[in-house]
Design a protein around this ligand. Structure first.
Ligand code: HEM
Length: 168
């Protein structure tokens, strides 16, 4: 099965289980910042309360994107632009491996239903978004939306509503 015919429903569910733990994204950043000495300087001026929410949504978009959904094209394109060499937060490609490894480590420790097979699926899906970011860095593409994507957008909106910030 290829990424474009697989909606990664198992990953949306796994991610939902991870997010029940409200420290999940915070722990990801702890692990990621410690994963490589080149990472912390990139976040020297970051407001982590905003950043945690941005990444929380970003991972949902990444799972949809890996599943071939065009409804997240705009969001994925914007994230790719932020991290491109001419973007606001250029990311050296060599660090993407650390990003994926950090995320997988925290998912595996947090999702009570994690299995080696599920973790391989996470690696596959996050590999898709990283490859898209790298390709975007090489050749930016405008990504128009079409009316046919409206019903998919409805589903996407409902999922994103569930990701609204919770009041502490
Ligand atoms: C090596 C990998 C990565 C590094 C070093 C990195 C680093 C950063 C930095 C420094 C920022 C800016 C924080 C600020 O505003 O001060 C940022 C923003 C962000 N990153 Fe990453 N990132 C990486 C990979 C990813 C991936 C794979 C995703 C998505 C799945 C992602 C999603 C986001 C989002 C959504 C934002 C917020 C963008 C905005 O404020 O408009 N990042 N990242």
């Amino acid at each position: 099965m290829t990424a474009s015919t697989d909606d990664y429903a198992d990953l949306h569910q796994s991610y939902g289980r991870c997010l029940r733990d409200r420290d999940f994204i915070g722990r990801f950043y702890e692990v990621f910042l410690a994963s490589n000495p080149d990472v912390p300087p990139l976040f020297a001026h970051t407001d982590f309360s905003k950043q945690r929410m941005a990444l929380r949504k970003g991972i949902t978009m990444a799972i949809f994107h890996a599943g071939g959904s065009r409804v997240v094209d705009r969001g994925i394109g914007e994230m790719g632009a932020v991290h491109a060499r001419d973007g606001r937060c250029p990311v050296p490609a060599a660090l993407y491996g650390d990003w994926i490894a950090s995320l997988l480590e925290v998912v595996e420790a947090t999702d009570p239903e994690a299995t080696p097979e599920l973790m391989a699926r996470w690696r596959e899906a996050m590999g898709v978004v990283v490859e898209t970011f790298k390709a975007r860095d090489a050749a930016p593409l405008p990504l128009p939306q079409t009316p046919a994507q409206d019903s998919a957008r409805g589903l996407f909106s409902r999922v994103m509503q569930g990701l609204r910030p919770q009041q502490a």
